[in-house]
Each structure stands twice: as structure tokens, then as C-alpha cells.
Unconditional design. Structure first.
Length: 219
């Protein structure tokens, strides 16, 4: 499935997957088993995504009968129509400039910014054997997991597939589990100091009054 279809391009699958996984690795720099699990789950999602984007369009294949009836005359196996939502909305806009695609890019960039800024604070805290309570960690306890989730959500908006749609809620549960596992270790290491931090700083959704504050978490 080559040529005009835009599929069967396995070099692009490998290249794009490697770029995003290495990019994420450079921000996260995993050290613990938990770090590697979180990066591994993200990597699996990225591989599944680009496999369907440039390799084999499994979602389009499964939906081909329904799509052919719903949109007669549409070349469903063209790469451009792999943007399924573009076909659903019967949009005449170039899918790469559609508001949904632009919103997807915003989520992806936001996610990588979260990973980068979160790592800087965490790395400094780990080096000094202290608790990370500044920067993003003054607003939420798990900014890096928020970053991973934002990137994956952005890609879901950009190129939804059956596999990644199934993986996304599973990964949400997994990241929540990893977050709780990390917190148990922090409690063992920092005791009441971390419990006080946990009481004052939310896990994933920041308090509105703290959203634009530059203050350190008061623990």
C-alpha cells in the first residue's frame, strides 16, 4: 500500500516514532523503574499511532465498509482521509489547517513543555535529595504525567484510531497507579513533610488561585 495512498511507509513509522520517543526521553531522563514504565507506555502509544498513520491503516480497514456507504466517492485509503474526523465533518478545509488539527498541536506542545519544565525542578530536587515543591510542582504533584497525557490526547485529536482510543483510558489508569506508587515512596522518604505537601497541592488539576502564582508550595 504505497504511492498515493501514503501508507506502507515503514521508514516514516520508525523515524517519526523515534523522534518523539527520543524527544520525550530527553525531557524525562528516566532513572527509576517507574520512570521507565511511564516512558514505555508512552512509547507504545506513539508506535501504535504512527503505525496506523504511515504503516497500515487498521482503523480505516475495519471501518471501510461503513465509510464507503456513508461517504460514497471518498478515497478512504488516501493518507489525507486518514484524518477520520475531517471526513466525518465533511470539511473542505485542508486537515492540516483545520481548527481540530491546530488544537491537537497545541496539546502536544503543551505536553512537551510540561515534561521539560517538570523535569528541571525534579532533577534539581533529586540532586539535592529534597522534595520538589517549586515551579510546576507548586501547582500539581504529577506535572510530567500531565505532560504525557496532554501529548497523547493531542495525537488522538490529530489522528484517532481504534487502537489508540482503546489504549488511552488504560494509560490514564496506569499513570494514576504510577503516581500513587511514587507517592508511597515519597512518604517513606520524606514522611510528614510529603503528607503536608500532598494535603496542599492537588495531584493533577491545579487550584485556580495557584494557577498563575510563581510561589513555592508552602509545606
Amino acid at each position: 500500500m504505497h504511492g498515493e495512498s501514503g501508507y506502507g511507509l515503514w521508514t516514516l513509522v520508525v523515524l517519526n516514532s523515534a523522534i518523539f520517543i527520543i524527544f520525550a526521553f530527553s525531557f524525562v531522563k528516566p532513572k527509576s523503574a517507574t520512570d521507565w514504565r511511564s516512558l514505555g507506555a508512552f512509547s507504545a502509544f506513539i508506535l501504535a499511532l504512527f503505525t496506523e498513520m504511515y504503516g497500515f491503516p487498521l482503523t480505516i480497514y475495519f471501518l471501510s465498509g461503513w465509510l464507503s456507504k456513508k461517504f460514497p466517492g471518498l478515497n478512504i485509503f488516501s493518507h489525507e482521509n486518514g484524518h477520520i474526523w475531517n471526513a466525518f465533518l465533511d470539511s473542505k478545509i485542508d486537515p492540516h489547517f483545520h481548527p481540530i488539527h491546530i488544537a491537537a498541536n497545541v496539546f502536544i506542545v503543551f505536553g512537551f513543555v510540561m515534561l521539560s519544565r517538570g523535569w528541571k525542578v525534579l532533577h534539581t530536587a533529586q540532586k539535592n535529595h529534597t522534595l520538589a515543591t517549586t515551579g510546576l510542582y507548586a501547582k500539581v504533584r504529577h506535572p510530567q504525567y500531565i505532560g504525557f497525557i496532554a501529548i497523547m490526547f493531542g495525537f488522538l485529536l490529530m489522528w484517532p484510531t481504534l487502537l489508540t482510543l482503546a489504549m488511552f483510558p488504560v494509560l490514564l489508569v496506569m499513570y494514576n497507579y504510577l503516581g500513587k506508587s511514587e507517592e508511597k515512596k515519597m512518604i517513606e522518604e520524606f514522611g510528614e513533610h510529603y503528607l503536608d505537601y500532598k494535603r496542599k497541592v492537588p495531584a493533577y488539576i491545579p487550584k485556580w488561585k495557584d494557577l498563575f502564582s510563581n510561589e513555592k508550595a508552602k509545606v
